[in-house]
Design a binder for this molecule. Structure first.
Ligand SMILES: C[S@@+](CC[C@H](N)C(=O)[O-])C[C@H]1O[C@@H](n2cnc3c(N)ncnc32)[C@H](O)[C@@H]1O
Length: 379
């Protein structure tokens, strides 16, 4: 995997890397502490309540077993994490002071998200979500670059915000040259293992929603298990597939490099979405396409001290045209889910937008471009 770490940042980056590993390693203990706390609450109740809650007490014991099972995967990925990058960042000889690095605040949430993301990207149960979210993008890539007109291996596709890499992997499996990009080290460490080292289908069993204590009709729903990977994702020698580590805004600077940029549940991850749009335009070849699917759940919206903007899709369309794209297709209301427990009493579903934009061959007068942005909806 290519990393983006060098110079003076190395020490800080390395400490961050080690604290991610420490956070992974603390998963079992922290999760079990939460259960111990619940047991303590239970014990403080009046005796007859405790008696009536016997089944709940037994359920907590079963949750403990599920957490132990989830924990089995962690030493496996941590052990291989040191091999991810070809630089100092990851050598596996931490100095004494480095062994003292703590866990990250919000770290447990990140580990829990990784388990849910494994369900979405690499389990059979995640197939329904992948069909909603990834299939429209993959079909559009194939429509734009059919094999009777193009040598697929010469078509460069970039997937920024690749998560655990399934969309990028699927595009590469269809013969395209595909690169995923991701900046979250929790995701990168897990995807590195799944994509390069998992040897067998259904090698691991995990409980992705074991930490969701609310909205369960029964404890069994909280203990829904999945196995992964549902396919053997080892890249074949001829496949042109890679992942890069780092911020999309910093890693990609080369203009006119990509035939296609495919984004899924990604553009709302920017504090300033316009920056993402401009960069996608900059790195696409003239005539290249940007395919997008997802909602506008602006991630920085409620974060204190972040300079977040949250333009509506209507505003975004104007900007997309102004930047120099032509929106050739656009569709709203695509029912899409994200890491959803199908058995939960709470079901989130996004009415996502899907669009295909082409980088204009000639530079337009930007003021004219925004004026001409009418009526492409529903094409
Ligand atoms: C909502 S998730 C979507 C993941 C995947 N595309 C999917 O549909 O499951 C967005 C991903 O983008 C990553 N991300 C956000 N901002 C990024 C940036 N500036 N550079 C690289 N990755 C980024 C996040 O870490 C996260 O994994």
């Amino acid at each position: 995997m290519h990393g983006q770490v060098n110079g003076d940042d190395t020490t800080e980056e390395r400490r961050y890397f080690l604290s991610v590993l420490t956070t992974f390693e603390s998963y079992r203990e922290q999760s079990l502490l939460r259960i111990a706390h619940k047991e303590k609450c239970l014990k403080s109740l009046p005796p007859h309540h405790q008696k009536w809650l016997t089944k709940y007490k037994e359920d907590l014991e079963l949750f403990r077993k599920c957490i132990n099972k989830n924990s089995e995967f962690i030493p496996v990925i941590v052990q291989h994490a040191y091999n991810i990058f070809d630089n100092l960042l990851c050598n596996d000889n931490p100095s004494h002071s480095e062994t003292q690095v703590g866990t990250l605040t919000e770290g447990l949430d990140k580990v829990q998200s990784v388990f849910k993301q494994l369900m979405r990207d690499w389990s059979a149960l995640g197939a329904a979500e992948r069909k909603q979210c990834y299939t429209p993008i993959i079909e559009e890539v194939e429509r734009q670059f059919p094999s009777d007109k193009y040598n697929r291996s010469e078509i460069n596709v970039l997937v920024p915000g690749a998560g655990l890499g399934r969309l990028a992997f699927e595009i590469a499996s269809r013969g395209y040259s595909c690169q995923g990009n991701e900046f979250n080290l929790f995701m990168l460490i897990v995807s590195f293992y799944v994509l390069n080292l998992c040897k067998n289908v259904d090698e691991f069993i995990i409980y992705p929603w074991i930490h969701q204590y609310c909205n369960n009709l029964s404890a069994e729903h909280q203990m829904t298990s999945v196995s992964f990977p549902d396919v053997r994702p080892m890249p074949t020698p001829e496949s042109k597939f890679s992942m890069t580590a780092g911020d999309f805004l910093e890693v990609y600077t080369e203009p006119n490099e990509w035939d296609c940029v495919a984004t899924c549940f990604f553009i709302d991850c920017a504090a300033n979405v316009v920056q993402f749009i401009e960069l996608i335009y900059h790195i696409l070849k003239p005539g290249g396409v940007w395919i997008n699917l997802g909602p506008l759940l602006y991630h920085y919206s409620d974060i204190k001290n972040e300079r977040s903007i949250e333009p509506s899709f209507q505003v975004l369309r104007g900007i997309i045209n102004k930047v120099g794209f032509t929106m050739e297709k656009s569709q709203t209301g695509l029912k899409t889910r994200y890491c959803q427990n199908p058995k939960s009493m709470l079901q989130y579903e996004y009415d996502s937008v899907f669009f295909l934009c082409r980088k204009n061959l000639e530079v337009l007068n930007n003021e004219d471009a925004v004026e001409s942005d009418t009526n492409t909806e529903g094409e």
